[in-house]
Ligand binder design. Sequence first.
Ligand code: BGC
Length: 434
Amino acid sequence: MLRRLLLASAFAIFAMPAAPVLAADDNTVEVLHWWTSGGEAAALNVLKKDLEAKGVTWQDMPVAGGGGEQAMTVLRARVTAGNAPTAVQMLGYDIQDWAKLGVVADLSEVANKEGWDKVVPEPLQKFAKYDGKWIAAPVNIHSPNWIWANKAILDKLGIKQPTNWDELIAALDKIKAAGYVALAVGGQPWQETEIFDNVVLSTGGPEFYTKALIELDPAALGSDTMKTVFDRLIKLKSYMDPNAAGREWNLATAMVITEKAGMQIMGDWAKGEFINAKKAEGKDFVCFRFPGTQGSVIFNADQFVMFKVSEARHAAQLQMASAIMAPAFQTSFNVVKGSVPARTDVADTAFDDCGKESMKEIVAAVPKGAMVGSFTHGHAAPAAVKQAGYDVVAAVFTGQYDSAQAVKELVKAVAAAKEEADRKPLSRTAGEGG
Ligand code: BGC
């Protein structure tokens, strides 16, 4: 009861007026998203065109910033002002936290009619449904445990695809010795934390990942395995160039595309950049699972959440949800975006080898508990915990913490943030501190 009261007071600032103050016709959807890089914009265009062909007008609300932190800050301001967008790109726990506020629309009418229950993988449904109702339409499954490598560099140096940590280090050493930037990194907390997620999975396996980053078990967070993870991050840091600070993820991808850097550890939205630059998988670039994570999938699914609007506008929202879930659209969108469909009944024929591999791995990983939510992208823990992780990882990358201190700080920071997330859902989605 007490928790309920606390939640109610925390949510009070989000109270919404009956209708948003948008002066557009009922067939318009205003879509808030962070797909602003070249590859992302190309994929967004597929969605926009699809909707326009169905008579739905697109009102664009882009908020730049990979990973979506800035977009979530803008969303919060808009909802607080009583002017929620009609549809919003959203990830993981944020979806559930917005649903708890009672401000999101129910998509069950279309979801039940179209049988989403039967085709959307269970780990995604956990975020897409609230209180038994469908409240989000998943547009893709992205996976962050990939490495993207420049094929010409690998071939020139005789580097074979690394399959474990030692082979990865040997490959990076060779690339560095040949005068390239070995590892293209964007020095932003979310990008660094994405590397952390990969190293956690590679070092400890899916069970350890689940214990530490999903169950937030203090013993796992404070373990020797976690210390090894931070030691490995410090090692990887030695392969970055000195200009990484603040760099956007797509500029790091561009370094691999233009043969300045050998590899990038990044989610498969990076593939969208290669495709947009007219580069082909297997010819210009290669992709492989982060060494030591083969057979496991870290997932990050973009979903569209519709905010409660007038009855007249709800029809366009349902139309958008239905369009997003159409099998043909899931193919045409995801081959451009670099991701794979959010439904398991779509053929893999249009996808390249990395896409095909991803689709197979997802089906195999789910029953084994080897499809784990991305910590960096809010599919493992709520926003406050995720931000606490960013802070610790960023302090390791700046050299402020060594591995022993990082472990201690991680245990402390996660415990405090977990308590905060329970008390104050959606805190830190607006860059707000504890
Ligand atoms: C999203 C991707 C996006 C990436 C970089 C992730 O959080 O899920 O769709 O491409 O951020 O902006």
